[in-house]
Design a protein around this ligand. Sequence first.
Ligand SMILES: Nc1nc2c(ncn2[C@@H]2O[C@H](COP(=O)(O)OP(=O)(O)OP(=O)(O)O)[C@@H](O)[C@H]2O)c(=O)[nH]1
Length: 733
Amino acid sequence: MLQSVNFFTSSFSTLVHIPKPSSTTRPRLTTLVTMGVSATVLLTVLSLLILVDHFALNYARREAQQRLQQLSWQMRDALNGAVRRATGDVQLLSSLPGVRAARSPAEVRQALESLQKTFPDYAWIGLVNPQGVVVAGTQGELEGADVSGRSWFKQGRRALYAGDASSTALAGQKPLSGAEQWRFIDAAGPLMDADGNYRGVLCVRLSWGWMRRLAQTMLAPAGDQQYSADLFVVRGDGTVMLGPPGSEEHQIYSDSLTMARGGASGALKETWADGHSYLTGYARSGNPADPATLSWAILARQPEEQALTGARALERQILLLGAILGAAMALAAAIVTRRLTRPLNELSHTIEARLVTTDALPTLPAIQPVDTFHEAQVLSRALAEMLRNEQHHLDALRGLNEKLESTVAERTREIARKALQLERALGQEQSTQQLLQERAAELRAILDNAHDAFIALDPGGVVRDWNLQAEKLLGWKRSEVIGQPLAAMMLPLPLRRAYERDMRQLAESADGATTVLSRRVELALHNRAGQELPVEVSLAYVPRSSGHLFIAFLHDISERKQLFASMEELALRDTLTGLPNRRALMKTLPEALQRANRSGQSCAVFFLDLDRFKQINDRYGHEEGDELLRQFAQRVRGAVRKTDTVGRLAGDEFIVILEMLANDAAAQEAADKLLPALRQPFTLKTTSVTLSASLGIAVHHPDDPQDIEMLLGRADRAMYRHKQQGIQQRARR
Ligand SMILES: Nc1nc2c(ncn2[C@@H]2O[C@H](COP(=O)(O)OP(=O)(O)OP(=O)(O)O)[C@@H](O)[C@H]2O)c(=O)[nH]1
């Protein structure tokens, strides 16, 4: 039963299609807007931070690299300047008359020492004679020493030369005053007299301490503020000449070194052998083609993290500032949003309050307009208008509801009626179903007890049903054949093809089905043992919704066939003598003629007729006559070959068919043998008789026409002539 619906028990929210607000699951507009604005502000600040951070770091890195590059250039220029000054001083000395035309070593020494005073970092200045022995040296050092093996002496003989002197080169000699750790820069050049004659080699030895001080000055330009960078001066073989503690006298490898050696200058970021990342400025001093210069690499490096210290500090400041700014903006957004959405909130609260209080009231409460800003004003007025409309609709719906209730009641009664009808129909359906089941059981029983075998086939020739009689007749159990193709199981091969063709035709044409199905056909099937079984089949066609069905009743006709065969046998036998009768002879004789034609060997027909047989009948009675006929037949049968045919034509007339004759005379020979045998006495029941028979011969040659009437006629006429001769002979006697 359907329940009627009262619209006026449902709530106002249902009528105006506004679902009741769920404050626990749905966030308020204020919250959403505040969260949205805050998230936007935070995202903006964060993006700005990332961008500023990225650009600040890149800028700081570039700045640091430029500083380091400039540092390497300054060091390079300082080294070049020092070497130029030393070689220039060698040239200056060689041009001084006090040196070129000195009369004593003391005079030379004086000139040398006055030069040393102008630049205290000259550790030693000396003049060497052409043999390589120091003639004069500042403070008398090394005078008399043999320096012919030194590079600067060998190179300085030919042209201006600059090179470094290691401690090993001075091994075994006392260190020069002011020298630092046995390391110097040597500048040497030839000394020529006024006439251009070679007078020896001048050497200026620059202390390494000068270079170290220069490096310190560069790294601490303001004196108290140390620039946290390392300076490397690297000789051509990669050995550090000047560098941070622990690196000197060791070889280094880096990309910047390779670049500097190639003559390039610049700055890059690279990882050094200690695994740290450095920014490195690089440059090369001197010129490899000029022996008066030092072609060394100058590297200025700074750990990347140190180079970016300032940028990192800026990064932290921006982060802090951004966080404060973001929080402030989010707070501001929340305040502004709250103020903006306040009218909407008021409207929402008003509606919620109405929704809660007016559920069961027939009249809807009014909505007060909100005038705070335009959109809220429009919204509140629209809602108020909508509510007025809804009130009209409510009134209309009330009327409709009353109509609907009566309609629903009517429909409910209608449905109850239909349900009752359906129930009855179902009851009928059940009884029909039961009837059908009973019919099916009856049919099954009929089929199983039927005298004939029953087989049902689907359109594909597959067995669908098989009764008990079919099991007995053909040998297969029902369970074995259901679902199997019939033809493959029990039809001989030639029949199977015809069967399949017929099945196809039946399946394709309904007309074909009726023509085939209206007939009874005899078939020879194979049973389970493989024996041939003659059956008479009557077919029926059962159309169904899901594919038609062929049903066949098979009747065993073995007995009928045997009876028919024995009747046919009887019809061809003479009942008195047991010999083939006239009908049989009329079938046998054409076959014998055909065989003669095929084999090419003649055959012959004897026409035999008993002489005066009527008298036997008349004198001794018919029974004795019959007996005589029987014995006569046996005697003829015994006097010819087994392959020859002996038959009784009628009364006392007999026919003998002789086949496979070697020649025409053979027939006569057979007759000559037969006739004497027939003249022997016949012992009957009451008496013994002797008689004769007349015999006519007709020979059929292979090429003769196949005319049995003509052949029998010839034999008959010959017999007649023979009989006439017999009569005449008896008359003469
Ligand atoms: N007992 C007996 N007699 C038969 C049978 N069929 C025919 N006959 C008799 O055989 C006799 C045949 O006689 P015919 O054909 O006149 O000739 P026939 O007496 O032998 O004289 P010819 O042939 O001229 O020598 C008839 O009297 C028939 O009744 C039979 O089945 N049994």
